[in-house]
Design a protein around this ligand. Structure first.
Ligand SMILES: [Zn+2]
Length: 257
């Protein structure tokens, strides 16, 4: 069975050629990993396949056959199906590590199902958490798009307005609130685009498009360091291909009206 081995957020990859890797099978793992009792889970993927994931307590010696790579960077080395499976595997390990004790009464929890733990003292049930966030591409006219640089972006690229869903909100209300809070703008025509599991560490990004309606840009200073409408022919550095932000931008670039 394919085995996704993590040391914190670093994934063990089997080298398979120039700048290419794959996930190892259980039988190929370095001997010292295979023989030790480590936190391990079987994970059912959305495509119906089952994989195994393993949390280790030290980096593996890389040598000629192995490579340890951050989960996000593994996108550059793995087939897309394995990168997605790694995301789910990581979320299960992250949840396992963060749910060892009941948050109500502090008793050690017991695993009752692949994605359910239960407190034997008070009966509280714990499932892997998913933090929902929206991300929105805002058009102005035919040729302009709002791009922002958030202070928490890793890099110099420009992306889209995004933020976490709050209790009691619909996704559309969240889009409207985040855009207004972060940029001062009002928007119309909020339309669902697509969603993407975002395992850093346990998110779901829900993508929307919208049209500029009114207002002048007034950036929320503690979140954004820059932001403006950009013409499609003069775009700044864009997010990496793996993100839904980039897919929204690429989709907009293609649909020249
Ligand atoms: Zn409890």
């Amino acid at each position: 069975m394919q085995t996704y081995v993590f040391y914190n957020d670093r994934l063990l990859l089997r080298k398979a050629g120039e700048h290419r890797c794959r996930i190892p099978d259980e039988s190929e793992l370095p001997k010292d990993l295979a023989d030790r009792p480590l936190p391990s889970h079987e994970v059912l993927l959305p495509n119906g396949n089952t994989i195994r994931t393993l949390a280790i307590d030290h980096e593996v010696n890389e040598g000629a056959d192995w490579q340890m790579t951050g989960l996000r960077a593994s996108f550059d080395y793995l087939p897309i199906s394995e990168y997605k499976a790694a995301g789910k595997a990581f979320q299960i390990l992250w949840w396992d590590r963060h749910s060892r004790f009941c948050p109500v009464c502090g008793t050690p929890t017991e695993q009752r199902a692949p994605i359910m733990k239960k407190c034997p003292a008070c009966g509280y049930e714990i499932y892997p958490p998913i933090s929902t966030a929206i991300i929105v591409l805002i058009r102005r006219g035919r040729d302009e798009v709002l791009l922002v640089h958030a202070r928490n972006f890793r890099g110099t690229f420009y992306g889209l307005v995004a933020g976490f869903l709050e209790p009691g909100e619909t996704l559309e209300q969240c889009v409207r609130r985040e855009v207004h809070e972060e940029t001062g703008l009002q928007i119309d025509n909020i339309t669902y685009f697509d969603s993407q599991s975002w395992p850093y560490p346990s998110g779901l990004m829900v993508g929307f498009t919208a049209d500029y309606a009114s207002g002048t840009i007034k950036l929320q200073d503690d979140e954004l360091s820059a932001g403006a409408f950009y013409h499609r022919d003069h775009l700044p550095e864009l997010p990496q291909k793996l993100s839904i932000a980039r897919r929204l931008i690429d989709h907009w670039l293609k649909e020249r009206p």
